[in-house]
Design a protein around this ligand. Structure first.
Ligand SMILES: [Zn+2]
Length: 194
């Protein structure tokens, strides 16, 4: 009997370790994969002459509330709806009307978070491993009056319930600036950057 009890205790200890693992793995995943933090996306804006290029990278959790592969009809519909919203760039990121901008190209995809170069990828799809995915969008915009691009307002945070913060990098011929847009401040001041 004593032997059986010891085995049971050992099994319980193993169970406790297994239960603790997902949280640790989640932390490790975020450390290894760098900047993907739920609630935070990145918006790069490059302005040169009358051309504006934008690139948005946002966790799937922020955009649709999950990061696993969409399997149910509801999940697939949520992904398609989000892609459609993100494709309409000048609705999501509103530039001043006086700048007379139009979108030339928009490409939106949902993809598995890319691993850092050199990182081993062989345990990628183990059952139970937390997986991350993100939305990646690139845009090309032309503005007839780029001198009127004095700012930007976004409905990103009202459209996407999980988004809390966008780290914004603005590149112009004059240099680079960093800023943040948040749920509390969904706008960006671009006066003086060009
Ligand atoms: Zn994630």
């Amino acid at each position: 009997m004593a032997k059986v009890s010891a085995t049971a205790a050992s099994a319980l200890a193993s169970l406790a370790i297994l239960v603790a693992l997902p949280a640790l793995a989640e932390q490790a995943e975020h450390r290894q994969l760098g900047p993907h933090v739920h609630g935070q996306g990145t918006l790069d804006i490059a302005i040169d002459g009358n051309k504006i290029e934008m690139e948005l990278v946002a966790p799937g959790m922020d955009i649709v509330g999950f990061e696993h592969v969409a399997t149910t009809d509801d999940q697939k519909a949520a992904v398609e709806k989000a892609k459609a919203k993100l494709t309409d760039v000048l609705n999501v990121f509103k530039l001043p009307v006086a700048a007379k901008c139009k979108a030339d190209a928009a490409n939106v995809e949902s993809r598995k978070e890319t691993h850092q170069p050199g990182e081993k990828d062989d345990d990628d799809d183990k059952p139970g491993e937390p997986q991350h995915s993100e939305f990646h969008a690139t845009y090309t915009i032309t503005c007839e009056a780029p001198e009127n691009v004095t700012g930007l307002e976004t409905v990103y945070f009202s459209d996407f319930a999980g988004g809390q913060l966008l780290n914004v990098n603005v590149t112009t011929p004059k240099g680079q600036t960093q800023a943040q847009m948040t749920r509390a401040k969904p706008s960006l001041d671009l006066t003086g950057v060009m």
